[in-house]
Design a protein around this ligand. Structure first.
Ligand code: AMP
Ligand code: MG
Length: 349
């Protein structure tokens, strides 16, 4: 398949190109598009064969449901069986934005899109290109992150090209994602809203709007016996090709441990990558030392994380050591992704 690549200026959106992209979706094709979180791999959410194509293009297990992206509240009414008051409050305050809500689905949404579930995940992205594209596509775009299953998510069109060239019809380049981590997912089908995946919107922020909010126990405690309620959370994810370990503990000990491990691995012929911060990176020698930003600037750490992991792949890094990022708001989301990328290899000093 020939993948068409188009660039769109977010401040001057080309109507003709967007109409063409929308038509690709309406005729059952796939288009990758920018959002504020990560790039999405879009297909018509109401067309079962489009959803099947998305799973194929990603190599994603088909029990892992897709998020339906909408551009206005009216669209929500027809794909869910009811809208709880709390969901309206959250939508009023946080949509468009990096929050995905789980509802009971209506008959309009095929099971191919929901991975066989009676619930549907819905989000209104905060990106002008994405919103215009969804409108042109008929209003309902199913879109997981536009990466091959198991690889780090894509935050730039060039990342999407790496993974999806030849597998989808079109890629819309709309610049880098401003947030860089996937949305917070909150389930509103029970009496208390439950966070199924941590993201940019913190629990504190949700609680301020709707009162008590809980975490899916399976994502807080990795050893929990129960499976996570978001099927996607059970898969290894976001992984770079090199073996990644996260080192936790007292800052000075972490630096000297990582530096010692790096030296040893280099002497054994490994290509070593280190994820460090403004405050620490000068302490390290490795094949590649990535300074992800100041340890106090969690927005930057979140935005750069996937690009850093992908850069290690481009440099053929075989062994990666990362400091941990215990930041106040997004720390949980950042660490959730990093721990998965590390396949749960955490060394506590
Ligand atoms: P991605 O699109 O790659 O960001 O992944 C979407 C995430 O949303 C996956 O972890 C899915 O398991 C989760 N998800 C989508 N729909 C539902 C649903 N109906 N119930 C629970 N989790 C869902
Ligand atoms: Mg994903």
């Amino acid at each position: 398949m020939n993948t068409e690549f188009v660039e769109i200026d977010i401040n001057n959106i080309d109507d003709e190109l967007m109409t063409r992209a929308g038509d690709v979706i309406k005729s059952g094709g796939l288009v990758a598009f920018p959002t504020e979180t990560v790039y999405g791999l879009g297909g018509d959410a109401l067309n079962p064969s489009s959803s099947k194509k998305i799973y194929e293009a990603k190599g994603r297990p088909s029990d892992n449901p897709l998020i339906v992206h909408i551009a206005d509240m009216e669209s929500l009414e027809s794909i869910v069986s009811d809208i709880p008051d709390m969901a309206r409050k959250l939508a009023d305050a946080l949509w468009p934005g990096p929050l995905t809500m789980i509802f009971n689905k209506s008959d309009k949404v095929p099971y191919e899109t929901t991975g066989g579930l009676d619930t549907v995940a819905v989000r209104m992205p905060d990106n002008k290109i994405a919103l215009e594209f969804i409108r042109k596509a008929g209003g309902y775009v199913a879109a997981p992150s536009a990466n091959k299953s198991g690889r780090p998510s894509t935050t730039k069109a060039s990342h999407v090209m790496e993974d999806m060239s030849g597998r989808i019809d079109m890629i819309i380049d709309g610049g880098s994602s401003t947030i860089g981590l996937e949305s917070t997912i909150v389930d509103l089908t029970g009496s208390v809203p439950m966070i199924l995946r941590p993201g940019y919107i913190s629990m504190k922020r949700l609680s301020k709007l709707v009162g008590e909010v809980e975490f899916d126990p399976a994502i807080v405690n990795v050893d929990a016996k129960s499976a996570p309620k978001a099927p996607g959370m059970k898969y290894k994810h976001y992984a770079p090709k090199g073996e990644l370990a996260i080192i936790k503990g007292d800052a000075e000990k972490v630096i000297s441990y990582i530096q010692a491990q790096s030296k040893k691995a280099l002497s054994e012929g490994e290509r070593v990558g280190i994820i460090a911060t403004d405050e620490t990176y000068l302490n390290y020698q490795a094949t590649v030392v990535q300074n992800i930003g100041s340890k106090d600037d969690e927005e930057t750490i979140a935005r750069r994380l996937y690009a850093v992991l992908r850069d290690f792949d481009a440099d053929d890094i075989t062994r990666i050591y990362s400091e941990d990022f215990d930041t106040p708001n997004m720390g949980q989301a950042i660490m959730n992704r990093l721990i998965k990328a590390a396949g749960h290899t955490i060394i506590q000093l």
